[in-house]
Design a protein around this ligand. Sequence first.
Ligand code: 5GP
Length: 113
Amino acid sequence: MKTLFEKIYDGEIPAEIHYRDELCCAFTDISPQAPVHILVVPRKPIPRVADAGKDDLEILGHLLLTAASVAKKLEIDETGYRIAINNGPDGGETVPHLHVHILGGRQMKWPPG
Ligand code: 5GP
């Protein structure tokens, strides 16, 4: 059975797509926590970082480079942005398909809640 984010990648569930290639796609979060809130999701349904292996090195690198490229496209590269990956219950993970959050367009706080 496909994950929610596989369905978005395959166009079965609508989303505002900002970038798509054979390894990943980037789309607007349905519940944005900042003026810019994008998810970068691999096509491969790796549940979370803790489940990634050495075979996934290219994908993991690609997600970060894509996040930087999408942030530039959305013109938050000069003001800055936060990249976050939630892993497991205490990390705040709610969708078990690896994704990188890009949050920008406002000042981020530290430490995060
Ligand atoms: P997590 O909490 O797992 O780190 O992040 C999951 C994110 O997916 C949340 O920010 C949530 O708002 C987003 N999300 C959940 N369902 C959908 C959906 O159907 N479409 C989109 N675009 N985002 C979703």
